[in-house]
Design a protein around this ligand. Structure first.
Ligand code: SUG
Length: 448
């Protein structure tokens, strides 16, 4: 049976803003308080989705969340009508209002970890929503994420959903941003590669000194157990703590994998040789031929990698088996990175083409092309069982573009977040969106 990898991209929500909320994420911190353009952000994302669809890839859409999250503010003690909750928070605790307004669910690489049916014990596609508990503004995403994923992948015969891991730092889980899968064909059993930043229970693993390591080994192991993965089909590796301290807050900022290929930076991991040997051996047992491209620090240093998001690219297999890299504009404007990419595509290797996208609105908060997508490998039967409302088509692209044009503002500053009208605008937009994407009721304002 034919299988493919579907990219589900997060649609940017109407409250996209620069809150400076992510300590350890250089872009988020340095663009704090800039004014944002939610309309442009959403359109940039939609254009990437459309372009991939036009190239022949199956593309999906993942809906944004209700913001401000009034229920989260109520949990923190604000009360009264929704408008009063927002106004009280603005007056007494602006950082909490800003956090409750974040459109961060757009970075759906952090929505969940997904294991395709070929890897799992019960032959279903497994999803574990990520608890994202390193950052308050992200930790409030998973309940709605679970409902949205449930509405997209509803058929329990094919899809299994797990709730987020316990919401404590020891099980910090950032979803697919720290997970990659290697395989010969998407429908064949593969090797799932979990990259962690620290261990919560074993002090032998080093930890970064300056910035938090968001993903723990124990969280990755729990996800592998929940998904029913075989030991032979899993490799764990530790991210180099020094690169976390240099701003690499997720592994997908320093490495990307697809098919049998890992594209990574020389400084990305600890014990790299041992890790590569294990990947080679485990994929080899499954009949695969593991390959890797290491980018030497002498050509692209970690700072350039973090600024340009070279590794936060989408590595896609074209019909002839060669690969295409989808990179952000920031790669073209960095001379060393662009020079490296020219050499890479001309070297006769597997990566033959680079396509550049303008995702500046998202990039300024530390979200590149790969952050904006959740990969789900599906066979034909499973693809047919996905809610068809979330699969991108030319008419859906037109509808969503018009929907954004109708509902989104083109400028947002921190002071605008205190406007209760913004909540109403967001709810009106999302109510219409659930009808467009045929999701049913998934938002708190639709349920309560
Ligand atoms: O979690 N930024 C996100 C970026 C997530 C990128 N995802 C991947 N690498 N997969 C984060 O740090 C910034 C929000 C703000 O500052 O307004 C933010 O949440």
């Amino acid at each position: 049976m034919k299988s493919c990898e579907v990219n589900f991209d997060g649609l940017v929500g109407p409250t996209h803003n620069y809150g400076g909320l992510s300590f350890g994420n250089v872009a988020s911190q340095s663009n704090s308080q800039q004014h944002s353009n939610p309309k442009e952000a959403a359109l940039q994302g939609l254009q990437k989705m459309k372009a991939l669809m036009d190239m022949g890839f199956v593309q999906g859409v993942l809906a944004p969340q209700e913001r401000p999250d009034v229920a989260a503010l109520r949990n923190l003690g604000f009360s009264g009508t929704d408008a009063q909750v927002i106004q009280q928070a603005a007056k007494q605790a602006m950082p909490l209002l800003v956090a409750s307004c974040s459109a961060s669910s757009m970075w759906v690489a952090n929505a969940a970890t997904v294991s395709p049916s070929a890897d799992t014990a019960d032959g279903r596609v497994h999803f574990t929503a990520a608890n994202l508990n390193c950052k308050y503004h992200r930790s409030i995403e998973h309940p709605t994420t679970s409902r949205v994923l449930g509405a997209m992948f509803a058929d329990a015969k094919h899809f299994a959903h797990h709730a987020a891991l316990p919401a404590v730092a020891q099980f910090g889980d950032e979803g697919a941003a720290n997970h990659t899968r290697f395989c010969r064909e998407y429908g064949e059993a593969g090797v799932e590669f979990f990259v962690f930043g620290r261990s919560a229970f074993d002090s032998r693993y080093p930890a970064p000194q300056k910035y938090p390591a968001r993903q723990t080994l124990e969280a990755s192991q729990a996800v592998a157990r929940l998904h029913g993965l075989k030991d032979d089909g899993v490799v764990y590796a530790q991210q180099n703590p020094a690169v976390i301290d240099a701003g690499v807050f997720h592994n997908d900022v320093i490495a990307v994998g697809n098919g049998e290929m890992l594209f990574y930076h020389e400084d990305a991991f600890l014990n790299t040789e041992q890790m590569l040997a294990e990947l080679q051996a485990k994929l080899g047992k499954l009949g695969g031929n593991f390959q890797s491209v290491c980018v030497p620090r002498a050509q692209v240093n970690v700072e350039d990698a973090v600024r340009s998001y070279l590794f936060n690219s989408q590595l896609l297999t074209r019909p002839d088996g060669s690969m295409l890299l989808i990179v952000p504009e920031e790669c073209r404007s960095n001379e060393r990175v662009w020079h490296y990419l020219q050499g890479l595509t001309n070297s006769g290797g597997l990566i033959r083409e680079v396509k550049v996208f303008d995702l500046k609105q998202s990039m300024q908060n530390g979200g590149g092309p790969a952050c904006l997508r959740l990969r789900v490998a599906l066979n034909e039967t499973e693809l047919a069982a996905v809610n068809p409302g979330v699969i991108m088509t030319a008419p859906l692209y037109e509808t969503l573009t018009q929907w954004v044009g109708k509902h989104y503002r083109d400028s947002l500053r921190e002071t605008d977040l205190a406007d209760p009208q913004l909540l109403l605008e967001c709810r009106t937009a999302l109510d219409e969106l659930t009808q467009i994407l045929k999701l049913g009721s998934v938002y708190p304002f639709q349920i309560n």
